[in-house]
Design a protein around this ligand. Structure first.
Ligand code: PLP
Length: 421
C-alpha cells in the first residue's frame, strides 16, 4: 500500500496534488511519501516484535538525508556499503552504533573512518579483507566487531544482476569454509566475532530461498558455537521484493517474512538484524515527468517525455517494469491507446515501456512512474549533461525540496581546465 492516490481527479502524494509540486519545482522530479516510508518501516519492525532486533535500512536504495532522518527517527539503523554512505548516515544524525558496514571492497580509509566514527559491525566478505581490517583496528588501538558474510549457495530466483547468494557470485565466503574462516578470525586480536551475515539477493518474490538460506545459517550458528565462537547476532540481509506491476501476484508480506525468521531462527536466542532497502522505499517514491512530444511512427506512437534513462535506469539496466499513470485522472471508460514511452537520450536503451496502454495523452501532460523510490534517484547520472532531477518529500499537506536541481553552471563548473589549454 502507498499514499499516491487520485483525489478530485488529480494524483496526490498524501494530501498534496502532484501538479502543484510540478508547478513549483518543474519536471521531472522524484517525490517520496513520509507516510509510506513510515508504514513500511513499521511493518518490518512489527514483524520482528518479540525478538531482539534492529532494522538497518539499506540506504543504497535511496540515500537522501531527509529519508535517512525520517527512518532514523523511527528507530532504524543503517546498512552502508561505502565510506560516502557512512559519512552521509552520520551527517543525517545516525549514531555509529546503529550502522553496519557491508560490501566486498572496503578500503583501509573506509575502515579507519568507520572505526574512528563508531560502528556497530563490519560484515566482512573475505579473508584478505579480514586481515586488513585487523591491521587497521590494531593501528588505531581498537577492536573491530565483525560478522562474516557467508554465501549459502541458494538460488534466489531473481534477476541475474541482483542475485548474490549463489557460489558463482562475488559475495561472501562459501558456507562450507565458514568454520575455517571463523577460526582464522578468532585468531586475529584486532577483531571480535559477533555473528553471521547473509544476503542472497534483491527483489525476491518467494520466501523459500530465504528459508533455505536461514536454515543453513541456523546450522552454522550451532556449529560455530560448538567451536567456541560467540554468535549472538544474525544479520539476515535484505531483498524482499515489491509488487512493481498492479494485478501481478504480490510478493510475501513483511509479517510472513518475520514469521518465517522466527520459525527458522527464533530458538537460537540471537539478536536479529535485517537490511531491507527496496521494500521500505520502493513504493514510497514516484517519478513525475512531462510529455514533450507525441510522435506518430510507422504503426506505433511514441510518447517522448522529459525524463530519461539517466534519471531512472532500471528499465534499461534490468528490463524493469514500472507502472506509468497519468497525473490527471482519466475519465471512466476512456479508450486506452498503446504508446512506446521514451526519453530524449540518444540511445535505443532509453525506452521505459513498449506498447503500453494509456489513455490518450498530449504534449504538456504529466505522467507518474510508480514504484520508483528504490534504486531510482541514487542510480541517476548526468549523462547528456542532463541535471540530476530534484527530490521532493511530502509529509501530510506539506512538501519540501530535499535535493534541488543543479543549474547548468554548477554542473559545468565542476570541470577544471588544465593550465596548458
Ligand atoms: C542491496 C543490499 C541490501 C538491500 O537489498 P533490497 O533488495 O533493497 O532490500 C541489503 N544488504 C546488502 C548487503 C545489500 O547489498
Amino acid at each position: 500500500m502507498d499514499h499516491f492516490l487520485y483525489r478530485d481527479g488529480m494524483l496526490h502524494a498524501e494530501d498534496v496534488p502532484l501538479n502543484e509540486i510540478a508547478a513549483a519545482v518543474g519536471t521531472p522530479f522524484y517525490c517520496y511519501s513520509t507516510a509510506t516510508l513510515t508504514r513500511h518501516f513499521r511493518l518490518f519492525d512489527e514483524a520482528l516484535a518479540g525478538m531482539d532486533h534492529l532494522v538497518c535500512y539499506a540506504m543504497k536504495a535511496a540515500s537522501n538525508q531527509a529519508i535517512l532522518k525520517t527512518l532514523a527517527g523511527l528507530g532504524a539503523g543503517m546498512d552502508v556499503v561505502s565510506g560516502g554512505e557512512y559519512a552521509r548516515a552520520r551527517a543525517a544524525g545516525v549514531p555509529g552504533e546503529r550502522i553496519v558496514f557491508s560490501g566486498v571492497g572496503k578500503t583501509r580509509e573506509e575502515m579507519r573512518a568507520a572505526l574512528q566514527g563508531g560502528i556497530r559491525q563490519f560484515n566482512v566478505e573475505s579473508e584478505p579483507e579480514m586481515d586488513v581490517l585487523n591491521e587497521v583496528a590494531l593501528s588505531l588501538g581498537v577492536v573491530a566487531p565483525i560478522t562474516i558474510r557467508v554465501n549459502p549457495d541458494v538460488d534466489a530466483k531473481t534477476h541475474a544482476k541482483i542475485a548474490t547468494g549463489k557460489s558463482e557470485n562475488k559475495f561472501g565466503i562459501p558456507i562450507g569454509r565458514a568454520r575455517q574462516v571463523y577460526a582464522h578470525a578468532a585468531a586475529l586480536p584486532g577483531l571480535q566475532v559477533v555473528g553471521i551475515d547473509v544476503h542472497i539477493g534483491s527483489q525476491l518474490t518467494d520466501l523459500q530461498p530465504f528459508r533455505l538460506a536461514y536454515r543453513k545459517v541456523a546450522e552454522l550458528t550451532q556449529a560455530l558455537r560448538a567451536d567456541g565462537h560467540d554468535i549472538r547476532r544474525l544479520d539476515l540481509g535484505g531483498g524482499l521484493g515489491i509488487p512493481y506491476q498492479q494485478g501481478n501476484s504480490a510478493p510475501p508480506l513483511p509479517m510472513e517474512y518475520g514469521a518465517m525468521i522466527r520459525e527458522e531462527l527464533g530458538h537460537l536466542g540471537c539478536e536479529i538484524e535485517i537490511e531491507p532497502g527496496r521494500l521500505i522505499v520502493g513504493n514510497a517514491g514516484i517519478m513525475v515527468s512531462q510529455v514533450i512530444y507525441v510522435k506518430s511512427g510507422e504503426g506505433r506512437d511514441f510518447l517522448i517525455i522529459d525524463s530519461a534513462m539517466n534519471d531512472l535506469i532500471r528499465p534499461a539496466m534490468y528490463d524493469a517494469h514500472h507502472d506509468i499513470v497519468p497525473v490527471v485522472q482519466p475519465a471512466v471508460g476512456v479508450a486506452q491507446h498503446p504508446y512506446d514511452i521514451v526519453g530524449p537520450v540518444c540511445e535505443t536503451g532509453d525506452t521505459f515501456a513498449r506498447q503500453r496502454p494509456l489513455p490518450p495523452l498530449q504534449a504538456g501532460d504529466l505522467v507518474a512512474f510508480r514504484s520508483a523510490g528504490a534504486y531510482g534517484a541514487v542510480m541517476a547520472s548526468e549523462y547528456n549533461t542532463r541535471p540530476l532531477i530534484p527530490e521532493v518529500l511530502v509529509h501530510g499537506d506539506q512538501f519540501a525540496v530535499i535535493r534541488a536541481r543543479p543549474s547548468f553552471d554548477e554542473i559545468i563548473n565542476r570541470d577544471t581546465i588544465p593550465q596548458w589549454l
